[in-house]
Design a protein around this ligand. Structure first.
Ligand SMILES: CC(C)(COP(=O)(O)OP(=O)(O)OC[C@H]1O[C@@H](n2cnc3c(N)ncnc32)[C@H](O)[C@@H]1OP(=O)(O)O)[C@@H](O)C(=O)NCCC(=O)NCCS
Length: 194
């Protein structure tokens, strides 16, 4: 799959995909819908920066023919002199559950470790977002624990789970850069405890 999937900067024609995945409740999905916001937000930021700055960025996930979704990252300060990246992802509904989200997040980690000096890439997802937890785990992330009452969505506060990958994980977990962990399809989902 890795030779079929790649990340690339956002082009103007991709903005419709990004706006759909963030501004259409059905496309955003249960865990990705946080209410209406200015639909020109991404276009304005794209015109100013191409959605790539020193503090974060966004790249399209593309298959052989068309965009399948996007990945993003933002600076998360860890002390006065250091920071890590916090990443996010949204795939189009028609391509979910096919392994692309796993591969896209693996590619993003590779990209960030290759082109920035950070030591840690982290991701936070709601505790009920089983697909993202499995995708992160398969992409080589380690589950660190539960963040209680972390995210407000749909009229309630929700617990979340934090995952990370650090540089020293690369040799151990991602030696051949292909399959990291066996598929867990049909087995128990991620643990709900910390
Ligand atoms: C979360 C998301 C990025 C994962 O990407 P994906 O391409 O669907 O993930 P993958 O297919 O690589 O892996 C998902 C795993 O969870 C499983 N899964 C369980 N429920 C699922 C569901 N509702 N949708 C998709 N996969 C699901 C898949 O079977 C797969 O496991 P397997 O390989 O053992 O079969 C994608 O589903 C998505 O964009 N969802 C909506 C937005 C979102 O939740 N973003 C994350 C916010 S933190």
């Amino acid at each position: 799959m890795s030779d079929q999937l790649r990340l690339r900067p956002v082009a103007e024609e991709d903005l419709a995909v990004i706006e759909r995945l963030t501004g259409d409740p059905e496309a955003a999905g249960e865990h990705g819908w946080h209410g209406w916001f200015d639909p020109r937000t991404y276009r304005r930021r794209w015109e100013e920066t191409g959605l790539l700055t020193d503090d974060g960025g966004m790249l399209m996930v593309v298959g052989p023919a068309e965009p399948l979704g996007f990945v993003q990252w933002r600076r998360q300060r860890t002390n006065r002199v250091s920071h890590c990246w916090n990443i996010g992802i949204r795939m189009l509904p028609k391509v979910r559950g096919l392994g692309y989200g796993t591969e896209a997040q693996r590619l993003l980690v590779d990209y960030l470790f290759a082109h920035t000096q950070v030591n840690r890439v982290e991701a936070v997802t709601e505790i009920t977002n089983t697909a993202e937890q499995w995708a992160l785990s398969k992409a080589g992330f380690t589950r660190e624990g539960v963040l209680r009452g972390y995210e407000f969505r749909g009229g309630a506060w929700h617990d979340a789970v934090i995952y990370s990958v650090v540089r020293e994980d690369l040799g151990k977990e991602r030696g051949d850069m292909t399959v990291l962990r066996p598929s867990r399809r049909g087995q128990d989902g991620p643990r709900r405890d910390g």
